[in-house]
Design a protein around this ligand. Structure first.
Ligand code: ADP
Ligand code: F6P
Length: 547
């Protein structure tokens, strides 16, 4: 690991604060979304700089507001000025009408407008220009998320020498999906300009490597534990899995506060003895909200005895409202809520309570504490921090978590949660029924386990493990890298051929027999080889760690 001597410069599309213009003036708000929540919590006492967009077109009111916001923080805030056209074509367009749906396996929702690509490149250069003005050689530049995949390439062109990392907060798709992107090769090549490339889960990382393998056959991949090394044109990058977490202690501590307990009791009083099911999401089509409502409707149809005894509180924070898909989603969700309430409401009981606004932290915690079931059913999600926040706030260990197998949190929390396929309404309805009838003892033991996992895999560990993966400069730029990497220097990498273990391996023409890539095997079981000084091929160990 390379010890970071200078500052960490976080770069993301959004700053943790958002400037909103109202008729009455300009106001600062908290940015919503997992990235802002996690980074803000993880960076609370760390020095450094956070570079991003302040959520509005620039004017003279922005800087004083950011200076004020930075006074309450340990790091400074620097804004990147975006024009109306940038916001439309880079943020709404390329980022959220192309990459967002594509990376969430929803290519039919993509609008591959070529003008978006030109603006995306241009805006990535704008971000890079602000970073270049800010970063010194010893600093570590940590770029976050899909809006800024080209930043390192621009910075390298500008001669910036700082180490750079990239973390993708959303999923990375399989090659069959990714290759639909007209600009796939330039994006992959630009990503390889980062020294560390991080993903939420093993599936995302192996999809990325499979895309490299299919679309950039000249790339060499070496499987190591815990991270992979990827090389292209004399550069090397560490590619790893770093599941993001939350500030468990802060959520737990705040949930214990008497005001939160009182607020939670107030919420509970309103639903009497009903089982309170809670959904909390940005209003996004990846979150599976219509599917969740249909599952809830199926529960009420299939188990009439649950009517009058179970209430779904669905909280949505408005998001990306300029984009047509999001406008349609809002109409669809609101229609479904009114249909379900129209079908089942009885005097004294309304089955779905729908809240369409950004909740303050206190109110959010009170809902988490009051709920009996946390229902987190995205169709696809990088991680989903709501699932983790729900567990952290469940200090009474009364609640049950139902989570989608397609959220990054699914595999991580599988030992304590009920795992569902959100497209299987019948399974979700049954899971709700089972959770509502679970014994207090089973709930407690499951929630205890979940809370331990969330506590261990917290946001501080995420930051630490990512920064620990930053390679020293000789590892990324050549020199005293590992034996197998130095073997690779200057070697011509030949075309992929079928290997004896049935997958495709890329063979170095100068050293036939060196198995550099065994992509068909899972990262856990994949063996790793290196050419020893004796010119023989040695099995190092499998990625699972056995010798
Ligand atoms: P995403 O990053 O896609 O929005 P996550 O579940 O990872 O999804 O993160 C969402 C974050 O936004 C969480 O920290 C959650 O507390 C917050 N959030 C979601 N909905 C609301 C809401 N209605 N009010 C306040 N915060 C919300
Ligand atoms: O965590 C995923 C993410 O896309 C972040 O990158 C983003 O900031 C957040 O969700 C909210 O979306 P937006 O910034 O478009 O409001």
């Amino acid at each position: 690991m390379n010890e970071i001597k200078g500052r960490v410069i976080n770069v993301s599309n959004r700053l943790p604060v958002l400037i909103r213009r109202h008729a009455s003036g300009t106001r600062l708000e908290r940015s919503s979304g997992g990235l802002a929540t996690a980074l803000e919590a993880g960076w609370r006492d760390q020095p450094g700089v956070w570079i991003g967009w302040a959520g509005a077109t620039p004017d003279e009111s922005i800087e004083p507001l950011l200076v004020r916001a930075a006074r309450r923080r340990s790091y400074t805030l620097r804004s990147v000025a975006l024009t109306e056209e940038d916001i439309a074509k880079f943020y709404s367009g390329f980022a959220n009408e192309i990459i967002w749906p594509l990376f969430h396996d929803m290519p039919s929702r993509c609008n591959f407008d070529p003008e978006y690509w030109a603006t995306y490149q241009n805006v990535n250069r704008k971000f890079a220009a602000v970073v270049a003005e800010t970063a010194q050689e010893d600093d570590f530049v940590w770029v976050h998320d899909y809006h800024l995949m080209l930043t390192a390439a621009s910075l390298r062109q500008a001669g910036v020498r700082a180490n750079m990392g990239f973390f993708l907060h959303i999923p990375f798709p399989s090659p069959d999906i990714f290759e639909k992107l007209p600009w796939k090769q330039p994006i992959l090549k630009a990503l390889l300009e980062f020294d560390v490339i991080g993903f939420q889960g093993d599936r995302d990382r192996s999809n990325f490597v499979s895309c490299l393998e299919r679309l950039l056959p000249e790339v060499a991949v070496e499987y190591r534990t815990p991270h992979l090394l990827v090389g292209l044109a004399g550069r090397r990058s560490v590619v790893g899995t770093f599941p993001i977490g939350i500030d468990f202690e802060a959520f737990e501590h705040d949930a214990e506060r008497p005001e939160i307990a009182a607020h939670a009791a107030e919420i509970r009083k309103r639903v009497a003895d009903d089982v309170l099911v809670l959904g909390v999401d940005r209003l996004d089509y990846t979150k599976g909200i219509p599917e969740r409502l249909k599952s809830f409707r199926l529960l009420l149809r299939r188990f009439p005895e649950m009517r009058g005894h179970i209430t779904l509180v669905q909280v949505v924070v408005p998001s990306r409202e300029e984009i047509p898909n999001y406008k349609h989603l809002r109409r669809e969700v609101e229609l479904l809520v009114s249909q379900i309430n129209g079908e089942f409401t009885e005097p004294g009981w309304v089955p779905v309570h729908y809240i369409h606004r950004n909740l303050g932290r206190e109110e959010l915690l009170a809902y988490y504490r009051a709920a009996d079931i946390g229902l987190v059913t995205p169709l696809k999600d990088g991680m989903n921090l709501v699932a983790k926040e729900f567990c952290a706030a469940q200090i009474d260990e009364r609640g049950v978590l139902i989570v989608s197998e397609f959220a990054g949190a699914g595999p991580e929390l599988r030992s304590g949660a009920i795992i569902v396929n959100p497209n299987d309404f019948s399974q979700v309805a049954q899971a709700l029924y089972d959770a509502a009838h679970m014994t207090a003892e089973e709930k407690r033991s499951r929630m205890r386990l979940l809370r331990q996992i969330v506590k261990d895999h917290n946001v501080h560990r995420w930051i630490r493990s990512f920064l620990q993966a930053v390679p020293s400069s000789d590892q990324v730029k050549g020199g005293s890298g590992s034996a197998s990497w130095s073997e690779l220097d200057g070697a011509t990498v030949g075309p992929p051929i079928a290997s004896s273990f049935g997958s495709v391996v890329r063979v170095d023409q100068k050293m036939p027999g060196v198995a550099l890539l065994a992509s068909a095997l899972s990262p856990r079981t994949r063996p790793r080889y290196a050419m020893g000084k004796d010119a023989k091929l040695h099995l190092l160990r499998s990625a699972a760690g056995e010798d």
